[in-house]
Design a protein around this ligand. Sequence first.
Ligand SMILES: Nc1ncnc2c1ncn2[C@@H]1O[C@H](COP(=O)(O)OP(=O)(O)OP(=O)(O)O)[C@@H](O)[C@H]1O
Ligand SMILES: [Mg+2]
Length: 358
Amino acid sequence: MSSVSFRKLEKSYGSLRIVKGIDLEIADREFVVLVGPSGCGKSTTLRMLAGLESISDGEIRIGERVVNKLPPRERDIAMVFQDYALYPHKTVYENMAFSLKVRGISSAEIKPRIAQAAEMLGITPLLDRKPSQLSGGQRQRVAMGRAIVRRPQVFLFDEPLSNLDAKLRGQVRTEIKRLHQAIGTTIIYVTHDQVEAMTLADRIVILKGGEIEQVGTPDEVYNSPASVFVGGFIGSPAMNFAKGTIRGGQVTFDGGAGIPLHDHSAGKVGGLEGRDVVVGIRPEHFVPAGEGHALSGQVQVVEPLGSDTLIHFALGQSTLTARVAPEMRPSPGEALSIGVDPSRVHLFDAATERAIAR
Ligand SMILES: Nc1ncnc2c1ncn2[C@@H]1O[C@H](COP(=O)(O)OP(=O)(O)OP(=O)(O)O)[C@@H](O)[C@H]1O
Ligand SMILES: [Mg+2]
């Protein structure tokens, strides 16, 4: 068993409350990704689970065991950081063997464990090299190998790929996913990278100011963000927001344009008349003007990305971004007619910024 559970977990430094009553149940073999702005308590939470930081209140369990006061080495957890430090004078093999030797595991057992982990990570030809003879991505894989050979109950990753260039990030990300499929250990993974969060996670936990804002599968948090904050945090480029008011089955923007509410006829928005809202539309949910409901704006900036084009345009008082087909290259200043699918429009209460249940 290697489930993990946080119950009313608290961390304060002096009078500064950093982690504010986190409740989270992580299943055995689950891959959970923590995201949130800088300083929201992600690393602190991992460090409390690893035993590197004391907890101020609440409870942490690994499996059935309460580990609140257990020293790190008795928690059976391996952690991989962004700035993993390999021993520069030891070979890759010795780096991977070190923590096992310290634990008194025999060489006869260490050898096959390292061989297996090295094979899985594609670093077998590198075992005799020193870290200075490796690329950044290879070093990162050695750091992971060092964690894997310990066969812990839980892996913690704190932004492990953020020092790598884009191509390597992609490669190592795929390796981490493969690793999880192969060994099925529980993983808790912190990242700032949207793609890592969406592709790796069974569930994503969005933290804000030391509290959980939403927990859900990648599809749930992308399709049904619980708040303006989650809508803006998950997805890249970020969701567009504009102020509006609901009148007669439409949401009307400050600038005058309106979008019909797709569920109006189903009677689900009856109680919303006159309500001030924040409207959320993802850049990828704009469609050609002929499809969906047409809006008229004015083009401000055009960014061709090869695979698609980003158009930043003015709509009344707001500036919105649309991701459209690569052939679409309007000029700045031009009038823009663009469609939006009313069923993909998100509504949030203007005062609470929580999603309006429909
Ligand atoms: N030893 C400490 N004493 C006082 N405050 C601390 C200490 N360690 C961390 N903090 C504060 O706790 C908050 C959370 O820090 P933490 O490292 O968990 O953030 P994070 O979510 O990992 O951010 P990032 O994305 O930048 O890594 C920060 O405001 C930080 O300044
Ligand atoms: Mg951190």
